[in-house]
Design a protein around this ligand. Structure first.
Ligand code: COA
Length: 200
């Protein structure tokens, strides 16, 4: 399957924020105990700043966010819905569902961030599966969901493949990081029919 981390198609790169110790952790995640709690603004503004600014995000445009940037981000609007990933009362991560405005014509995307101390435990995989389970039944007109990731983000590509997404293409040198380095973007997608097939 394309995108598997052990695939000969993928470079075997060390992934920052996802070290060997994290990879050796047992899969402790049980989707039964995980809750997805809707982010509400202004109630959650402070918690969002704390969550996003106290960690590093090596595969995002800005690896280290500051409060002013978080205040500029859209978490709750007609186009965007966001959810905390909570397990046993702990904040594990954040999901932003994007481009919900024209769901019948377009394809929503998402921003998924697991706190670094919780990476490699299965939360990412669970989150991507939850996104499909949340969106497809809720929006009967939704035909596909898309995800873009940097070509060196092996963890995200593994998670997407395992959740039933297909790697559909590569945009060469289309993603520039804070230091001006260019990366390829990998485009993934899941159709409603893929999702139905995955479930059965
Ligand atoms: C990418 C991210 C969402 C993945 O979530 P996660 O909870 O860490 O990942 P999971 O534990 O669910 O699964 C990771 C899978 O990837 C594999 N994998 C992870 N990193 C790998 C690496 N460097 N090389 C190889 N495989 C890796 C794991 O082995 C596991 O697969 P397995 O179950 O078959 O063993 C998370 O690490 C994260 O938030 N990273 C920072 C933000 C980010 O990059 N978000 C995505 C932006 S597009």
């Amino acid at each position: 399957m394309i995108g598997r981390p052990d695939s000969p198609l993928l470079p075997q790169v060390a992934v920052e924020g996802f070290d060997d110790a994290a990879r050796q952790k047992p899969p402790i995640v049980s989707s039964v105990t995980i809750e997805h709690v809707r982010v509400e603004i202004p109630r959650d503004e402070h918690a969002l700043v704390e969550f996003l600014c106290s960690d590093v995000w090596p595969f995002h445009g800005h690896r280290q966010l500051v409060a002013a940037e978080v205040h500029e981000m859209d978490f709750a609007s007609p186009n965007v819905l966001s959810f905390w990933i909570i397990d046993a009362g702990q904040t594990i991560g954040l999901i932003r569902l994007l481009d919900l405005g024209d769901i019948g014509e377009g394809a929503p995307q998402f921003d998924l961030r697991i706190a670094s101390r919780h990476r490699g435990c299965g939360y990412g995989k669970d989150a991507v599966r939850w996104i499909a389970v949340h969106l497809f039944p809720r929006y009967p007109q939704l035909h596909r969901i898309e995800a873009n990731t940097r070509d060196d983000n092996a963890a995200m590509q593994a998670v997407l493949s395992q959740a039933g997404f297909t790697c559909e293409g590569r945009l060469r040198q289309s993603w520039r990081d804070d230091e001006g380095h260019w990366f390829d973007t990998m485009i993934y997608g899941i159709l409603r029919s893929d999702w139905i097939r995955c479930r059965s």
